[in-house]
Design a protein around this ligand. Sequence first.
Ligand SMILES: [Zn+2]
Length: 283
Amino acid sequence: MIEFPESRHLAEQIKEHLLGKTVMNVEANKSPHKFAWFHGDPAGYHNKLTGKSITGTNAYGGMTEIVFNASVGEMRLVLNDGVNIRYFASGEILPPKHQLCVEFDDFSSLVCSVQMYGGLFLMDTTGEENGYYLSSKTKISLLSEENNEDYFFGLMNEVKQNYSIKAFLATEQRFPGLGNGVLQDILWDAKVHPRRKLETLTQQEKQAVYKSVKQTLFEMTTSGGRDTEKDIFGCPGGYKTKLSAKTKDSPCPVCGDAIIREAFLGGNVYFCPTCQRYEKGGK
Ligand SMILES: [Zn+2]
């Protein structure tokens, strides 16, 4: 899934390589997918976008936003965290299955496909009512200065203290873009097990988690995203994940113990049993 570091990298790449390109043709919902969501009727995407040019990009949480013609008749294409975005130059063979293909007047294409589930929202200004979009766009960004210790610990004090640290960080859109992917290295670096309950964390451990959210995400973002995700050219990100499907059973880079995978709270968590201690009952 695309999370905070990757959506930023995708937005930057699109800005660098696609800015100014004009849309010539749009195919939406070519390969119907049970869990691909559109804003309005995908059949209308062609008429809404044709003739418009890319004027900018943004990233909110795990969403990548492409802006077309900001001054007149602005449209925004918002691709959420479950959408793969690939760019193909003129003459390259396009994948046969996709949920959205935007062809430009230089015959290059942006092809979007959904793996498990994903949203491909083409919106004008009235699209603001999309709650998920709005909450990602308006919440304080993870690496911004406003997301400081006061803000972070304020949110931590608002939730039930029997919440696990995973539930606090990666559920309920408290921190848009911090999902079950980036979570793993954040907690490993802080030496905190994902099942630990907030009420059992020492002040020092809470500080370590806060610091790791900032540092790990910064490192992931400046490296062009994690190596488990791909950019618009199909290349993996430059950040080498310490804990991910790629490193299961591998030795922990710090202590050498084998990385363990377990299902927890709607997804797999990875941890080092030595660096991230956990006792029954949440301690
Ligand atoms: Zn370890």
